[in-house]
Design a protein around this ligand. Structure first.
Ligand SMILES: Nc1ncnc2c1ncn2[C@@H]1O[C@H](COP(=O)(O)OP(=O)(O)OP(=O)(O)O)[C@@H](O)[C@H]1O
Ligand SMILES: [Mg+2]
Length: 578
């Protein structure tokens, strides 16, 4: 397995690259902040110099300059926002690719323990939560902080006393607002919990109405539900009250700061420390300076959500549970010579072995059958051959070379597997067959379908090879899906074919023709057939009887049926060998 790209795909490398991608957008953000920095100065100049001298031309000139700077700022905002949005979009695509890339290397012993929907949510909703936070930081918080800083600097140059007043009141204001907002969020959470409890209880009681009434327990449930409903109503009222309070607090707070500035500024003006123009400049700048406080508070919820999501994504991307195949050997084509050498295997997290000391040799071109009851270990043996898990003891030797020396991703392409529940991806029939070998030509796809005897039914469909199979292939019958799975295996043209109960999902009428297609496909390949019953594998040159991960007998059909006649008579019908 290539370890280099894997390491490069880890999160720190990704973040370093992300920084570089964001640079152009960030530079534009700084430029547009600088563009508005002189605006308070211009306002001050108009009021202190142009108004007293009644210079209309001057007013016009400076106002035009003000408008010009706003134009530059606007342009910077539009271009910068576009830059950042595009960079962010690329980063998210890359993050999702990394997640999917990683999934291809994670060991099945890890994946078996994960729920599919949780893996999917790492790919979709968790990346979205991270994106929402980054977008809020880049598009709201960062510009707000930059404007606030540049304007504060300019104000400090005009009048450091009043600017200091800003610097002192701002953190106090931010802290108070943050505390209030935290309280608001707690009340929101409480309301949500109360709602969940109410819905849960109502759901349970209402769906069990028949039982409740037949037992005469309505009174008790009525009381429980009444209490829950009351809790919910109270928590909602509390939250509405808090929201209203927060809105008023924000307004009154901002106005109070404005009043402080006007009052303080007026006192300074009376003492001759500043001009009315300076006071106007400060008042005009006030919303800009308060903006980062509001943006930072708005980030609270996305911040916590994104942190959780980041942890989940990181857990997957930086997971140490990767397949430990490091071989690199490849050949033109395998001949299909397989040796299981005292192989033992237990699934991770289980204490009883699924395979015990299994030794067996398969020659190129041979058709071998593994027969045994459910849970005997048949599929496990093929999982080991595919390298989905590594043997706990012993080894598998492929074409005379131990498994660990091979590039296992290449080895997997030398194997074609047909299982009873053949998996289809939504798309056309053609795409589904081509999935076995993406570079195959149309003619090759047709030939494979013909070999699998799938061509007939495909031609009869209204859109032929372009028919959509629906999600998971729901638009097809089980038999049609099985033909397509065989066509896939045929297209892959692998030297080793694994037929895992390939006809067991079909009724006896369709099993026959599918069996024929399989036999055509098997010609000239090493074939491993897995079956529950001996009768399904009469033609195999050698048959291994498997039970509890052990070989219990081996021979051809005639020998095994003779030896196991007695056993068959007494066995329970499910595990019948005949
Ligand atoms: N992913 C897994 N994690 C843990 N245990 C597993 C896993 N897959 C299979 N097993 C266990 O390993 C043993 C062998 O299972 P396996 O699927 O190989 O049997 P099988 O012969 O293919 O059975 P079937 O005829 O039902 O397909 C069983 O005891 C099974 O419960
Ligand atoms: Mg199986």
């Amino acid at each position: 397995m290539p370890t280099e790209p894997l390491n490069a795909a880890r999160l720190p490398g990704y973040i370093a690259r992300a920084r570089r991608a964001l640079w152009p957008g960030l530079t534009l953000a700084v430029l547009r902040a600088l563009a508005i920095a002189p605006c308070p100065l211009i306002l001050k100049h108009i009021i202190d110099h142009e108004v007293p001298t009644s210079d209309a031309r001057g007013v016009l000139l400076w106002s035009s300059l003000f408008a010009g700077l706003m134009g530059v700022h606007y342009l910077g905002s539009i271009l910068g926002a576009r830059q950042l949005a595009q960079a962010l979009a690329r980063l998210m695509v890359e993050l999702r690719s990394r997640i999917f890339f990683r999934l291809q290397f994670l060991s099945f012993s890890y994946l078996d323990r994960q729920k599919t929907d949780r893996l999917v949510s790492k790919y979709t909703s968790d990346t979205q939560a991270i994106e929402a936070l980054l977008s809020a930081i880049l598009n709201q918080l960062l510009p707000a902080v930059l404007y606030s800083l540049t304007i504060l600097t300019v104000l400090a140059v005009i009048n450091w006393r009043l600017a200091t007043a800003f610097l002192v009141t701002l953190p106090v204001w931010a802290f108070a607002k943050w505390l209030f907002f935290a309280r608001l969020q707690r009340s929101d959470q409480a309301a949500q919990i109360a709602e969940a409890k109410l819905t849960g209880t109502a759901n349970e009681f209402i769906s069990a109405l028949r039982l409740v009434r037949s037992l005469g327990g309505e009174k008790h449930l009525e009381r429980v539900l009444f209490d829950r409903s009351g809790d919910f109503a109270r928590s909602r009222a509390d939250h509405s009250w808090m929201s209203a309070g927060f809105a008023s607090f924000s307004y009154v707070g901002a106005q109070t700061i404005a009043a402080l500035i006007v009052g303080g500024g007026a006192l300074l003006a009376i003492r001759g420390h500043m001009t009315p123009g300076t006071l106007v400049a400060f008042l005009a700048a006030l919303p800009m300076i308060l903006a980062p406080v509001q943006s930072a508070i708005g980030l609270r919820a996305p911040w916590f959500a994104a942190q959780e999501s980041y942890k989940k994504v990181k857990e997957l991307i930086d997971s140490p549970y990767v397949e430990d195949w490091h071989g690199a050997r490849r050949e033109q084509r395998l001949s299909g010579d397989l040796v299981f050498d005292r192989v033992g295997f237990s699934y991770p997290g289980t204490d009883h072995p699924a395979i015990r000391n299994f030794s067996f040799t398969i020659r190129p071109g041979e058709t071998v059958a593994l027969v045994g009851p459910p849970g005997a270990g048949k599929t496990t043996l093929t999982n080991l051959l595919l390298g989905l898990y590594a043997p706990t003891t012993g080894q598998i030797v492929i074409d005379g070379v131990p498994q660990r020396e091979w590039d296992m991703r290449w080895i997997r392409r030398q194997l074609a597997v047909v299982t009873p529940e053949s998996i289809m991806l939504s798309g056309t029939i053609e795409e589904n067959i081509r999935f076995a070998r993406s570079e195959a030509t149309d003619a090759e796809v047709r030939t494979a379908a013909r070999l699998a005897q799938a061509d007939d039914f495909i031609q009869r469909l209204p859109h032929g090879y372009l028919t959509l199979v629906g999600e998971h292939g729901v638009a097809l019958t089980a038999e049609q899906r099985q033909y397509l799975a065989i066509a896939r295996a045929a297209l892959r043209d692998a030297p080793i074919l694994i037929l895992d109960e390939a006809t067991s999902a079909l009724d006896s009428e369709s099993a026959g023709p599918v069996q024929l297609a399989l036999e055509r496909l098997a010609a000239g390949r090493t074939v491993i057939t897995l079956a529950h019953r001996l009768s399904a594998v009469k033609k195999a040159s050698r048959i291994v009887l498997l039970d509890g991960g052990n070989i219990i007998d081996e021979g051809d059909y005639a020998a095994l049926t003779a030896r196991h006649e007695k056993r068959r008579e007494s066995a329970n019908p499910d595990v019948s060998l005949g």
